[in-house]
Write a protein that binds this ligand. Structure first.
Ligand SMILES: NC(=O)C1=CN([C@@H]2O[C@H](COP(=O)(O)OP(=O)(O)OC[C@H]3O[C@@H](n4cnc5c(N)ncnc54)[C@H](O)[C@@H]3O)[C@@H](O)[C@H]2O)C=CC1
Ligand SMILES: CC(C)CC(=O)C(=O)O
Length: 365
């Protein structure tokens, strides 16, 4: 990978490599675009097969955050961190403190939160070193774990997509295949079960599968079987690139609506779904509940206000489906247009010189 070429193609601002020998920290902070405000995006800890894979993941996820925050109506740009390591074995307090000091050194250009492999406890340790961290413990007056709120947003967005596909947003009786039943999807399964949907689930973690089988009466299949089960809705809630050349021909669902980031392996896969008449709820639109929730901390956290904003995910999905139909374009393109138009509008309205720009974190500093 030619890093500068890649950064130039997608117009990235900054890539920061953080190393701390004592704690074993190896982190990459990618900042994509800060036109709308400081870059906000979570920290993923993952045992990457190579450094190149880690860099690529950080870059792709950071760009996704720019688009996610823009469509969600947040005054925040896009960034993301990946920490290279096994979250089950390689974490230690010094690592997150060293990482917190790196975040502090960026002086508010980047604000972090949880993602796959990191927890509220990890954010609390980062908070020892910097204010530029969200999703910390409610004991600090903060929003805590974003996953349940992400799940609520996915549930609302799924209903909007179902309305388009089936003529009603009621999910009772619908068969929903859920891939990965971790932090977000556990809560999603609860919403779906409460509404009377039938769940087919899979996960590489057997305990996670058993929990939803026992609590929500889900049926379980092996990880490689989830793509071709008979279902109405497929909800990818594990990792990215699961909509690809191998999986698309297997899909029986009329709707794809799930929490995972970067679900399409490539944009061409979004084009194919469109041609097949499968309604794809763009990942970064439907899974914005968590970032909306943690972003609310920047104004002094108010859960009611945050949840009200998460409700707008329903309308955002409706709007994207309308644009997609009206302009005959795939839904991922409709979402990208919304994001890019908002970023351009704000960029153009910022032509005046200000001696000191108001910082989104003014209250914290
Ligand atoms: N946690 C949050 O608030 C948000 C999460 N997301 C995205 O949603 C997805 C899920 O996030 P979390 O629930 O927090 O992560 P998690 O790590 O708690 O859950 C993911 C689950 O997927 C399972 N999994 C991994 N590979 C699998 C495979 N090949 N087949 C089946 N299952 C597999 C894991 O065992 C785990 O149980 C991620 O892509 C994340 O980036 C997006 C927005 C916010
Ligand atoms: C987990 C969220 C709080 C932020 C994020 O990184 C995301 O939405 O992917």
């Amino acid at each position: 990978m030619n890093i500068f070429n890649y950064m130039k193609t997608y117009d990235y601002e900054q890539l920061v490599f953080c190393q701390d020998k004592q704690s074993g920290l190896k982190a990459i902070i990618a900042i994509h675009d800060t036109t709308l405000g400081p870059a906000l995006g979570g920290t993923r800890m993952w045992n990457y097969e190579s450094e190149e894979a880690a860099i690529e993941d950080a870059l792709r996820l950071a760009r996704g955050m720019t688009y996610k925050n823009a469509v969600a109506g947040l005054n925040l740009g896009g960034g993301k961190t990946v920490i290279i390591g096994d979250p089950k074995k390689d974490k230690n307090e010094e690592m997150f403190r060293a990482f917190g000091r790196y975040i502090q050194s960026l002086n508010g250009r980047y604000i972090t939160a949880e993602d796959v492999g990191t927890t509220v406890e990890d954010m609390d340790i980062i908070h020892e070193e910097t204010d530029f961290v969200t999703g910390i413990s409610p004991a600090f007056g903060s929003s805590g774990n974003p996953s349940p709120v992400t799940a609520y947003g996915v549930y609302r967005g799924m209903k909007a997509a179902a309305k388009e596909a089936f003529g009603s947003d009621m999910l009772n009786g619908k068969i929903i295949a859920v891939q990965g039943v971790g932090n977000v999807a556990y809560h999603l399964c609860k919403y779906l079960n409460d509404e009377g949907a039938k769940l087919i689930v899979t996960d590489i973690n057997k305990e996670a599968v058993n929990r939803v089988v026992v609590e929500f009466g889900a049926s379980a299949v092996e990880p490689n079987q989830i793509y071709n089960v008979e279902c109405d809705i497929f909800a990818p809630c594990a990792l990215g690139a699961v909509i690809n050349d191998e999986t698309i021909p297997q899909l029986k669902a009329k709707v794809i609506a799930g929490a995972a980031n970067n679900q399409l392996k490539d944009t061409v896969h979004g084009d194919i779904l469109h041609e097949m008449g499968i309604i794809y709820a763009p990942d970064y639109v439907i899974n914005a509940g968590g970032v909306i929730n943690v972003a609310d901390e920047l104004n002094g956290y108010n859960r009611e206000r945050a949840l009200k904003k998460v409700e707008t995910i329903y309308n955002n999905i409706e709007r994207i489906l309308e644009i997609s139909k009206g302009q005959q374009i795939p839904t991922y393109k409709a979402a990208d247009r919304l994001a890019e138009e908002r970023i351009d509008r704000i960029r153009n309205s910022r032509s005046q010189f200000l001696l000191k720009e108001k910082h989104v974190l003014t209250h914290k500093l």
